[in-house]
Design a protein around this ligand. Structure first.
Ligand SMILES: Nc1ncnc2c1ncn2[C@@H]1O[C@H](COP(=O)(O)OP(=O)(O)O)[C@@H](O)[C@H]1O
Ligand SMILES: [Mg+2]
Length: 206
């Protein structure tokens, strides 16, 4: 068992599972949280992650195949995706594919809610995979889906100085292939203006 990554909530190990290269994600307990609440959060996130990943996989989307899980223990064994985080391969084509993948998740009424360039893997076969579905939810509400677009656009702006907005344009181009880009774009603007409003109020009020 080889420790591949230590995330904020879970440890990720590279293992062999029935002869296949696999990843085991185990959620750590948080000592500062009450143990009953901690257990509930671990179970809820593990369940979300498993259910939405399976749903996406069954519908032909690029997400790791779930091989095994244990909700009580907060453990998931899944296919190992050989690739690099999208953060290290930001270009118009990869972002366009990320937009396409997000729109297809939304078509299944899955909102990811942690759709950052770190939770998207770019593989050697030039494919894009979404991982880390622990905050994902089943929803029909386009506002909840817009949260995903808002997050990725914000991370594109901060990581890459995308001054001309070319990457952001590429994201919407990909999204529009399967989703209502215009509606989601409007809702992202709403989220952003709400953020600006709160920020300006914070300066004047407290
Ligand atoms: N199925 C997978 N295949 C390859 N690498 C993975 C896989 N799942 C997770 N990883 C690696 O482990 C890191 C942390 O996993 P992630 O599911 O994002 O957990 P966290 O909630 O801690 O961010 C990822 O950024 C990625 O580098
Ligand atoms: Mg992550």
């Amino acid at each position: 068992m080889f420790l591949l990554a230590r995330g904020s909530e879970a440890d990720i190990y590279l293992i062999r599972y029935h002869g296949c290269k696999a990843v085991m994600k185990i959620r750590r307990r948080k000592r500062y949280r009450h143990s009953t609440i901690d257990q509930r959060i671990i179970e809820e996130r593990t369940r979300n992650e498993v259910l939405n990943m399976i749903k996406a996989y069954e519908n032909g989307l690029n997400v790791p195949l779930v091989l095994d899980f244990n909700i009580d223990q907060g453990k998931i064994v899944m296919e190992f995706i050989e690739g690099i985080p999208l953060t290290e391969r930001l270009n118009k084509e990869s972002i366009r594919m990320a937009g396409e993948l997000l729109a297809r998740l939304h078509l299944l009424d899955i909102a990811h809610w942690d759709f950052t360039t770190l939770n998207i893997l770019y593989t050697t076969g030039d494919k894009i995979y979404a991982i880390d579905f622990s905050l994902s939810r089943h929803t029909r509400d386009p506002r909840e889906k817009a949260v995903d677009a808002h997050l990725i656009i914000r991370s594109l702006r901060s990581i890459h100085k995308d001054v001309e907005g070319k990457l952001i344009d590429a994201f919407w181009e990909g999204y529009s292939k399967y989703g209502d880009a215009k509606l989601i774009q409007e809702l992202v603007e709403e989220i952003e203006s709400m953020g600006r409003y709160v920020k300006s109020r914070r300066k004047t009020v407290w």
